[in-house]
Write a protein that binds this ligand. Structure first.
Ligand SMILES: Cc1cc2nc3c(=O)[nH]c(=O)nc-3n(C[C@H](O)[C@H](O)[C@H](O)COP(=O)(O)O)c2cc1C
Length: 337
């Protein structure tokens, strides 16, 4: 395996990975993405207000399997003592890295000074990171945005403060907080950050395909890239396989594997319900299966889910042979002209 980089003392062997996504990057999906070539595992963000009270709900979000390593635990919060206390609590669960979220733009988080809200106060962030680095025996990383809004793109200050405080890697989503998910990620700024940063920089934003990931790696020079939305229902993106070129049986095999991981992790009833949103994304490139997709979103039992998958297979095969015969007819009529 070709060596890529160290994050603190943790070796990372690849350059493309799954971005943390609440409700998506749980242990079953991280495991699948790692098998398909993702570089490491990044948990969904977990509240330090909850962790500091040993909330079992919050702690359960950090469950992982050994096969997922290296594993990044991501936390969010706005208070130094609470963040450090939580980090010490979760360090006992043996993560490889603990990451501070400085990018969440939802107002519930950022207006309280957590997530992207931390960007407004680089000096305080420096104190938080210094204190985490001093207290923990795992590397500390952060995932940032490029600023709060257009008028306060303070990424230079933020990156310098993070570096001076002992951070081991920074992931950069190339948008401001106020952009949310609108506009385009500023890869020119990600490239600029890479040009002056002294720690590994992972770039993130709007990557749609494996080819685009390679393009971003080469053109910006970043140490790695994170893929979020385009990886939902598309774990193949980490292996360089274009989902659109796969036949349904190949897609179904991965769907069934993902479903098995979900059932093993969550148990049957919760597993089925949580899997529905993934399944809808696995099927998003098929047209003509709207009825099945609607049914899928209300499926409650494993039996119904399996039945639906068999119906879908049937329907997709019919649609495929119909489109094949249409294109043959079209070819014939072109030849006749
Ligand atoms: C549903 C969803 C949940 C997200 N949850 C998190 C999270 O928990 N932690 C985090 O750092 N970013 C989170 N993000 C942001 C992504 O990690 C990523 O930075 C963003 O989607 C941009 O990358 P993309 O264009 O490849 O999707 C989330 C994004 C989405 C769409």
């Amino acid at each position: 395996m070709q060596f890529s980089m160290f994050v603190g003392n943790i070796p990372v062997y690849k350059k493309i990975s799954l971005s943390p996504m609440a409700g998506i990057s749980d242990s079953p999906y991280r495991k699948l993405c790692r098998e398909m070539g993702a570089a490491f595992s990044y948990t969904e963000f977990v509240s330090t207000d909850e962790l500091s009270h040993y909330s079992s709900r919050a702690i359960s979000l950090l469950k992982f399997e050994e096969i997922e390593r290296p594993i990044w635990f991501q936390i969010f919060g706005n208070n130094l003592e609470t963040i450090v206390k939580s980090a010490l609590i979760i360090q006992d669960l043996a993560p490889d890295v603990i990451d501070l979220n400085m990018g969440c733009s939802t107002s519930k988080v950022s207006q309280r000074g957590s997530g992207a809200g931390l960007l407004k106060n680089p000096i305080y962030v420096g104190k938080i990171i210094q204190s985490m680095v001093k207290s923990l025996n795992v590397p500390v990383t952060a995932k940032i945005r490029i600023g709060w809004d257009e008028a306060s793109m303070n990424y230079k200050d933020v990156v310098h403060v993070l570096q001076e405080s002992g951070i081991s890697m920074i992931s950069v989503h190339g948008r401001t907080k106020s952009m949310g998910y609108t506009g385009k990620a500023r890869w020119d700024i990600i490239q600029e950050i890479k040009s002056f940063a002294k720690v590994p920089i992972w770039g993130n934003g709007d990557i749609q395909t494996y080819k685009e990931a390679i393009f971003r790696l080469n053109s910006s020079g970043v140490d790695g890239v994170l893929i979020g939305r385009a990886a939902i229902g598309n774990p193949w993106i980490f292996s360089g396989i274009n989902k659109q070129t796969l036949i349904y049986a190949e897609i179904r095999n991965v769907i069934l594997k993902h479903l098995r991981y979900m059932l093993e992790f969550y148990g049957e009833s919760q597993g089925v319900i949580l899997f529905r949103k993934h399944l809808a994304k696995y099927l998003n490139h098929y047209e003509g299966i709207e009825t099945e997709k609607t049914k899928l979103l209300t499926t409650q039992t494993l039996k119904d889910l399996y039945m639906l998958l068999y119906d879908l297979e049937d329907k997709i095969q019919k649609l495929n042979s119909l489109s094949r015969s249409c294109s043959l007819k079209l070819k014939d009529s072109i030849l006749e002209v």
